[in-house]
Design a protein around this ligand. Structure first.
Ligand code: LIP
Length: 265
């Protein structure tokens, strides 16, 4: 029996509206640093996580919860688990830049089976159920048919720079900016993945991101007909956190760019 995606969507939308309203009251004392001065978390991220944990638990008592802002042990020890980013795009959220979202993926026995991404500012909701396709606001979506870089929009993120981890994404992005028709930065991996799924972006990559950033978006892209792998074309390695999504047609060209840039690293 497939999961009740409408119920998960309702919970995501409630949390989304809550954080949108909360932002108006957020004070500087409610913003904290994580791995570096530019890596932040707000009280709203924590409140959103608590809300999602409690409401998902009440609606789906048999499914565990694993969120960005808590300590939940080993993700791979759970049979059925919601993998949740309570605010993906926290920096944007803090500044009032409208691209932030709630991301909820459901993983069962190692396979992602359901996904919901809610963008409170735009009131867009993306959903997917494994084997049943992907939707935006209830309507089926599909990746683009753009076959080459010169006609493509690419998106990426720079979490790696914020955390001072190498190799970072700066030189690769500079190279791709010259090859692509356009380049976009939303500040949220989950949103970038949804944009690949609905075809307004043709490819997206990012270094060092976490399951809560990509779990839901990955299924939404796959169910919309796209491809999601690591930078070597293999399934994403959770530890490496290198995530690459495309409409499928651009996949091999971009894999060649990664190989050249990383040279085996
Ligand atoms: C963010 C990602 C973004 C990435 C950031 C960060 P957060 O998630 O979605 O794409 O560049 O490093 O991981 O921290 O806003 O939930």
């Amino acid at each position: 029996m497939s999961i009740d995606i409408t119920r998960i969507s309702d919970i995501a939308a409630q949390a989304g509206e809550m954080i949108k309203a909360r932002r108006e009251q957020l004070t500087s004392r409610e913003v904290f640093h994580k791995s570096s001065e530019t890596d932040i978390v707000t009280v709203a991220d924590r409140e959103s996580e608590t809300f999602l944990r409690e409401h998902l638990k009440a609606a789906f008592p048999d499914i565990a919860f694993y969120g960005e802002e808590g300590s939940y042990g080993d993700l791979n020890s759970y049979e059925r688990v919601f993998i949740v980013d309570p605010i993906d795009g926290t920096t944007s959220y803090l500044h009032g830049y409208p691209f932030y979202c709630i991301s909820i993926g459901l993983r069962e026995n190692g396979v992602t089976t359901g996904a919901v991404v809610y963008l409170p500012y735009l009131k867009d909701i993306y959903t997917a159920i494994r084997g049943e396709g992907a939707k935006k606001n209830g309507k089926p979506i599909h990746v683009s048919a753009v076959p080459d870089f010169v006609n493509a929009i690419g998106a990426t993120g720079f979490g790696c720079v914020r955390s001072h981890v190498k190799p970072d994404n700066v030189d690769l992005s500079a190279k791709m900016i010259r090859k692509l028709q356009g380049f976009r930065r939303s500040g949220s991996a989950a949103i970038d993945l949804c944009h690949v799924a609905d075809g307004c972006v043709d490819l997206y990559w990012e270094f060092y991101i976490k399951p809560w950033d990509y779990e839901a978006g990955r299924l939404i892209v796959q169910e919309a007909g796209g491809k999601v792998t690591g930078f070597d074309g293999n399934p994403i390695d959770e530890k490496a956190g290198r995530v690459f999504a495309s409409n499928g047609l651009l996949h091999n060209d971009m894999l060649r760019e990664f190989a050249e840039y990383l040279g085996g690293k």
